[in-house]
Design a protein. Structure first.
Length: 251
């Protein structure tokens, strides 16, 4: 699930639900948020929905760009790229949403750390086979995405290698899970700031088995910037190669 904590308030958004709906509009500790998941890119990102003093509400356009979710806001119908949170069409074109600190965790971890935290209910008002994975086997590391993408000839990593992606200004790094799982901890400097990246097991893939709860253990990451938890994402490599071709890969 995607865990989000703001001003001491914790929320959990199960991927068993988000794999079907992709976006949740919510308010946490008074902050309007959009919690998003693109299963094709494995990008779990939370955004502040406020732009220029206006609160937006987001939905899915049904379109993809580089196999990544394209969202729209219901107020202006501008289109927004989920990867990076930038508007690409419409009134807000060129504007970026503020990313919030969220990450994928196991349910038992969230329950242990935040026993009073709230969890998104399956009572969504929609009929979906929650718990089932419509993309069974999709995250086979060597297979390409379902649709063509830019950067598909970038073979520095297998297409669906999970990476820890960090971006600050015009600088970006990608740390392969395969490397991080072996070393368990990697320190990098990006845009003059120090990052401590750590790996731990016990988090299942939502895109492996037919039943999400039965997915294999792929682990997860934590990232600290100057000693404090910070924002990062854990996409498949092909998405990073498509959107940030100049990224530095940490081995």
């Amino acid at each position: 699930m995607i865990a989000l904590r703001l001003a001491g308030r914790a929320r959990a958004y199960p991927l068993q639900i988000l794999v079907w709906h992709e976006i949740v509009n919510d308010v946490v500790a008074g902050v309007p948020v959009a919690v998003t998941f693109c299963p094709l890119c494995n990008t779990a990102i939370a955004f502040d929905r406020r732009v220029g003093g206006r609160t937006l509400s987001f939905g899915t356009t049904g379109n993809l760009r580089n196999s990544d979710l394209v969202m729209y806001d219901r107020q202006t119908e501008s289109w927004w790229q989920q990867f990076g949170g930038e508007a690409v069409v419409g009134r807000y074109a060129g504007t970026r949403l503020r990313m919030l600190r969220a990450r994928i965790v196991a349910w038992r971890t969230f329950r242990s750390r935040f026993p009073d935290g709230l969890v998104l209910s399956r009572d969504t008002g929609y009929s979906r086979p929650y718990g089932e994975n419509p993309y069974a086997g999709y995250d086979d590391v060597s297979t390409p995405p379902l649709f063509p993408t830019r950067g598909n000839k970038d073979e520095r990593l297998p297409p669906k290698e999970r990476v820890v992606f960090l971006e600050r200004g015009r600088s970006a790094v990608a740390i392969p899970y395969s490397t991080l799982a072996k070393k368990r901890r990697i320190e990098v400097t990006l845009a003059g700031r120090r990052f401590d990246v750590r790996w731990h097991g016990g988090v299942s893939s939502a895109l492996d088995a037919g039943q999400i709860a039965s997915g294999r253990d792929v682990g997860a990451a934590q990232v600290f910037e100057e000693g404090k938890p910070t924002t990062f994402t854990e996409p498949f490599w092909f998405a990073v190669a498509a959107f940030r071709p100049g990224v530095h890969v940490v081995r």
